[in-house]
Design a protein around this ligand. Structure first.
Ligand SMILES: C[S@@+](CC[C@H](N)C(=O)[O-])C[C@H]1O[C@@H](n2cnc3c(N)ncnc32)[C@H](O)[C@@H]1O
Length: 200
């Protein structure tokens, strides 16, 4: 499900970018390490702030970044045009039907997108499919605890049914064979869950 205009305003601004760069990225790096020289997929790349961090700070050799919303892909393309085609591909795509072969990525990044997917379990199934054995899944997600709040329900649009808590998200990953263990943390009273899982 695409973002509405209010959420686009909240996401496409320098405050969100600073929070992602100075807080979320270091937290994910502490939990899961870097991805030096690796082939990485980013689902729901938005305007590409996280993509740039995956290329530079995490050190990926190449990134395929995709988003359901062509407007976001257009913004990402503008931001990231200095990167050559052998390091970066940007495309419109759906995380529940990833256009890639089985076991084709060393790592997958999810900066706050799977709570936008009506059947979020299908997104995790696809991420599991495209990860190589031993590959890592870096995630930052918004839980039902946040989505039930008046502010989220009034100003933003998300699927209503079938939302997840941090524990439910991690249990589903573990059920699929992506082991998270202790490499996870919840923040803001359980509104956000961060973590890194390794595919068995
Ligand atoms: C809250 S924004 C996060 C954007 C970016 N990752 C960030 O952290 O700034 C959620 C993004 O997920 C995208 N999205 C929603 N459903 C999707 C789907 N099924 N497949 C791929 N992207 C999706 C939206 O278009 C939006 O850009």
């Amino acid at each position: 499900m695409k973002m509405n205009w209010v959420e686009k305003m909240l996401m496409n601004n320098p405050i969100r970018a600073a929070f992602q760069i100075w807080y979320e990225v270091p937290l994910l790096e502490r939990l899961g390490g870097r991805t030096e020289g690796m082939k990485v997929l980013e689902v729901g790349c938005g305007r590409g702030v996280g993509t740039e961090q995956i290329l530079n700070r995490f050190g990926a050799s190449s990134v395929l970044a995709m988003d359901l919303d062509p407007d976001m892909v257009r913004l990402a393309r503008k931001r990231l045009m200095k990167y050559p085609a052998d390091r970066l591909s940007l495309t419109v795509g759906d995380v529940t039907a990833i256009q890639a072969e089985d076991q084709s990525f060393d790592a997958v990044f999810d900066f706050a997108i799977i709570h936008h997917v009506p059947i979020w379990q299908d997104a995790l199934k696809e991420i599991h499919r495209v990860l190589k054995p031993g590959g890592r899944f870096f995630f930052q997600e918004v839980t039902s605890h946040a989505l039930e709040k008046w502010s989220y329900q009034t100003f933003m649009v998300h699927p209503v049914e079938n939302r997840f808590s941090g524990t439910e998200f991690i249990n589903e990953l573990e059920r699929l064979g992506i082991q998270v263990g202790t490499k996870t943390t919840e923040k803001y009273g359980g509104d956000f869950v961060y973590g890194v899982g390794i595919k068995k």
